[in-house]
Ligand binder design. Structure first.
Ligand SMILES: [Zn+2]
Length: 187
């Protein structure tokens, strides 16, 4: 019962999020396909199916081509690991969330010019705890696909509620989260 209630909640959240976002230069059919994909996914989760529909990231504001290309490949890899690796999926379930749903609800933006000179000097992406908005730095486009997938999962964990030191003195450092993601997800 609890599981089905959570599924309904996630479905509602997901539809709201998608309706509020934009799908870069894709036809309306693309958005429909995404929604159908999510529905199939939810059915798949409850039925234990092993081949859910493929998924693409929600890009709200246009990314530079190298960043977008890297995100597409990294997102696909990240979703695959979260779905297929129990240890990787557990990073999210320990926070009470479904990693696939969290990733599908993440929204990607380019880092602004000012933050390229600030936050991006020590990070390739950033977000706020509990926020779906992930800002991607230019350096993200130069990462290996594995590394970029680890970054995608790291930021999604923040969306799922994972805090980070030093904002939370009890939390893991950014490097500690990276190590956890890499070891749990085989990246
Ligand atoms: Zn972080």
């Amino acid at each position: 019962m609890l599981r089905s209630m959570r599924s309904r909640h996630h479905r509602t959240l997901f539809v709201d999020e998608v309706n509020g976002g934009h799908r870069r230069s894709r036809p309306p059919a693309g958005r429909l396909a995404l929604w159908v994909g999510a529905s199939l996914l939810l059915v798949g989760v409850s039925a234990g199916a092993s081949q859910p529909a493929p998924s693409v990231p929600v890009v709200v504001k246009a990314l530079a081509p190298p960043i977008e290309r890297k995100l597409d490949r990294a997102f696909e890899l990240a979703i695959g690991r979260v779905r297929e690796s129990p240890a990787c999926g557990a990073l999210f379930s320990e926070l009470g969330r479904d990693g696939t749903i969290v990733l599908l609800n993440s929204r990607y933006y380019p880092a602004g010019l000012i933050n390229e000179q600030k936050v991006c000097r020590r990070a390739s992406a950033y977000t706020g705890v509990g926020s779906p908005a992930v800002r991607l730095c230019r350096s993200f486009g130069r990462l290996s696909v594995d590394r970029a997938a680890a970054v995608v999962i790291h930021e999604a964990l923040h969306f799922a509620g994972l805090p980070e030191w030093p904002a939370d003195p009890q939390a893991m450092t950014s490097a500690g989260i990276n190590q956890l993601v890499e070891s749990s997800c085989g990246l």
